[in-house]
Design a protein around this ligand. Structure first.
Ligand code: HEC
Length: 161
């Protein structure tokens, strides 16, 4: 019996992964860095006005997956043919990206994007601004909209997503 246990221990030791070698010149951020970045972004969400301070940045980032095929949010990214770049969207006038051809409805509207009108726009783009060209049905789930808007408030002010 004792021998069997010893054999098992030896076998286990043989299977254990090699000790981690010291980091080489890898360019990928390690897990610790990624975690620190996620925590820093979530802290920015916590500093937002209510009710966005209670939002989940990571859930908002995932919800932005519905927008990504048409929109980029990075500072130096051009607008896609499918949708204007959303960098700095909070505090920006509607229809202001010079490299995007907006619909007449968006080009002639005159207001500045904030959390409140984004919430209406994202609930139902067509109800909020009839005649606009964003073919997107809207986000009906209130929590998902809150996470998404908090994500937009933080990520659209970061240089890169
Ligand atoms: C199928 C492509 C498509 C999808 C998906 C889409 N959009 Fe759009 N979006 C557009 C287009 C096109 C416009 C410009 C509308 C116009 O000119 O009438 C626009 C405009 C906007 C604007 C106004 C931009 C400005 O410069 O005034 C915001 C904000 C916006 N979209 C947010 C979102 C968000 C957030 C999502 C995801 C929940 C999303 N969009 C999903 C195509 C899309």
């Amino acid at each position: 019996m004792r021998q069997l246990i010893l054999a098992a221990i030896v076998a286990l030791a043989a299977c254990s992964p090699p000790a981690p070698s010291s980091p080489t010149s890898s360019t990928a951020p390690d897990a610790g860095e990624a975690q620190a970045l996620a925590a820093a972004l979530q802290a920015k969400v916590a500093a937002l006005p209510k009710p966005y301070d209670g939002a989940d940045y990571e859930a908002g980032r995932r919800a932005f997956g519905q927008c990504r095929s048409c929109h980029s949010i990075d500072a130096d990214a051009p607008s896609r043919g499918t949708g204007p770049n959303l960098h700095g969207i909070i505090g920006r006038k509607i229809g202001a990206e010079a490299d995007f051809e907006y619909s007449q409805a968006a080009a002639s509207a005159d207001f500045t994007w904030d959390a409140a009108n984004l919430d209406q726009w994202l609930t139902s783009p067509q109800a909020f601004l009839p005649g606009n060209r964003m073919s997107f049905v809207g986000v009906r789930n209130e929590k998902q909209r809150r996470d998404l808007i908090a994500y937009l408030m933080v990520a659209s002010a970061e240089p890169k997503e």
